[in-house]
Write a protein that binds this ligand. Structure first.
Ligand code: S5P
Length: 475
């Protein structure tokens, strides 16, 4: 049988098993549609499942060079499974929610970053379900640029997916399906015209291809920043030609000030942990501020606030450290909810300040899940004038170009310490992981010559920044 005849017979079978229905149905978005597809029922018809997977294998799969298949949960899972077995292509499985405990992987199966994964879906309307799977695959470093679907409803999904670099092959388009059913007298002319008319008039909203923030220069991003400290930090980076942040994890004020005399010219940001300093004093702060002015760097107190709003407002403004008086920005966890951001906002007394929210951590076995990361990013969107950016390890965490990705866990060689810290190289964090400001602590502090080492980091980072904004990355 030719491919055309096989498709024709499949369309008729789908109609007969009630996987395609005509009438008045409410779609997910609340609009009434004259045609409804419910391919979940195919699990009750092994013959139909086999016909679909063989049609995909013999026709749509042609020319796709993929290492894996991944079905969009749940309807497409059985089809992806059959296809995996029939075409002998390993499958990956995407979870809908990350597991609450144990490994928090969204993608199950064995894979390596850089491998290609083909997506299988039943029906595409706006393309949003396919995009959710694409996002999770890309977060794992997989290349997800192709999708094979059973039916394209022709309501803008194909265009939305193309705008996100995903090309689509389909067994049927809705027009094509309607014509087959009309020809086989399963529907009459009136119904066919009604459906085609509906398709012409009801398009899913189009999504524009989001701009990749990592390809924009820091000068351009300064213009897009909504937080004043982020804007200032972008400006400092562009002027000093450095995106290095030194983490001064030292326990005496003399050691910190001595170190900053040596490395101050090479950094855009100095990150402190005030609570590890044994002789903290207001005099230290005066000297720190004067170094910040002389060398043109900003100060980030890495306090990682994580309490209820009222306590955080006291921790931020009061006590021995009075952080709100001297730190340009601070780090905070999103864990307690928005109250923490309201508290910091309220305690700034109108002075321009910034917050980096912890969206991800660099330490092995941390309990942050992809869902937590996404919710952290959404929470930040309610505080555009307060949020500088995110502490994060991944390019896909967020894409607003006016925000800054602060990435710790960096040394010249990929290693680990004895307490779970994981290190990536400057090249990797700049070209693959989307870092904007890169935090280096012991890589510089433990060097025989910290000034020379800071210069090595600064140059390695800047070289890779220039490479990515020139659009000449070889990924
Ligand atoms: O996920 C994180 C977040 C932070 S802010 N992982 C981190 O390591 N940090 C901080 O970055 C940490 O508190 C430390 O001050 C610095 C990394 O230091 P290093 O010596 O391992 O480079």
């Amino acid at each position: 049988m030719s491919e055309e005849l096989k498709l024709e017979s499949l369309a008729v079978q789908l109609f007969e098993i009630n996987a395609v229905k005509f009438g008045e149905y409410k779609s997910k978005s609340g609009i009434t549609t004259p045609v409804y597809l419910d391919l979940r029922v195919i699990v009750s018809y092994p013959d139909v499942m086999q016909i679909i997977s063989r049609l995909i294998r013999d026709h749509a799969l042609e020319g796709s060079k993929c290492d894996h298949l991944c079905g969009v949960p749940y309807t497409a899972l059985p089809i992806a499974t059959l296809l995996s077995v029939e075409a002998k292509i390993p499958m990956l499985m995407r979870r809908k929610e990350a597991k609450a405990y144990g490994t928090k992987k969204m993608i199950e199966g064995h894979y390596k970053a850089g491998q290609k994964c083909l997506i299988i879906e039943d029906v595409v309307t706006s393309g949003s379900s396919v995009l959710e799977t694409v996002k999770d695959l890309r977060r794992e470093g997989l290349v997800a640029q192709e999708a094979i679907i059973i039916l394209d409803r022709e309501q803008g999904g194909r265009e939305n997916l193309a705008a996100n670099d995903v090309s689509v092959k389909s067994l049927f388009t809705m027009t094509n399906l309607i014509n087959i059913l009309l020809k086989n007298k399963k529907i009459d002319n009136n119904m066919a015209l009604k459906v085609l008319d509906y398709l012409r008039n009801t398009k899913a909203p189009t999504s524009e291809k989001p701009e990749d923030r990592t390809q924009l220069t820091f000068e351009k991003r300064a213009e897009l920043a909504t937080n004043e400290i982020a804007k200032q930090l972008f400006d400092v980076m562009a002027t000093k030609k450095t995106n290095l942040c030194v983490s001064v994890d030292l326990t005496t004020t003399t050691c910190i000030l001595d170190l900053l005399e040596k490395v101050g010219e090479h950094v855009c940001l100095v990150k402190t942990h005030a609570d590890i300093i044994e002789d903290f004093s207001t005099d230290f702060i005066t000297r720190l501020k004067s170094l910040a002015k002389r060398f043109n760097f900003l100060i980030l107190e890495d306090r990682k606030y994580a309490d209820i709003g009222n306590t955080v407002s006291l921790q931020y403004a009061k006590g021995l450290h009075k952080v709100s008086e001297w730190a340009d920005c601070v780090t905070a966890h999103s864990l307690p909810g928005e109250g923490i951001l309201k508290a910091i906002n309220g305690a700034t007394n109108g002075v321009r300040k910034g917050v980096f929210l912890l969206a991800e951590m660099s330490s092995e076995g941390n309990l942050i899940t992809p869902e937590y990361t996404d919710k952290t990013v959404s929470m930040a969107s309610n505080f555009p004038s307060l949020i500088c950016g995110f502490v994060s390890q991944n390019k896909n965490t967020f894409n607003q170009p006016g925000l800054i990705q602060l990435t710790p866990g960096v040394q010249l060689e990929s290693t680990k310490d004895d307490l779970g810290q994981v290190y990536n190289t400057p090249e990797k964090v700049m070209l693959e992981k989307g870092a904007d400001v890169v935090v280096v602590g012991r890589g510089i502090l433990s060097a025989k010559n910290p000034a020379a080492e800071a210069l090595v980091y600064k140059e390695a980072l800047w070289k890779n920044y220039l490479k990515r904004v020139s659009g000449k990355m070889e990924l």
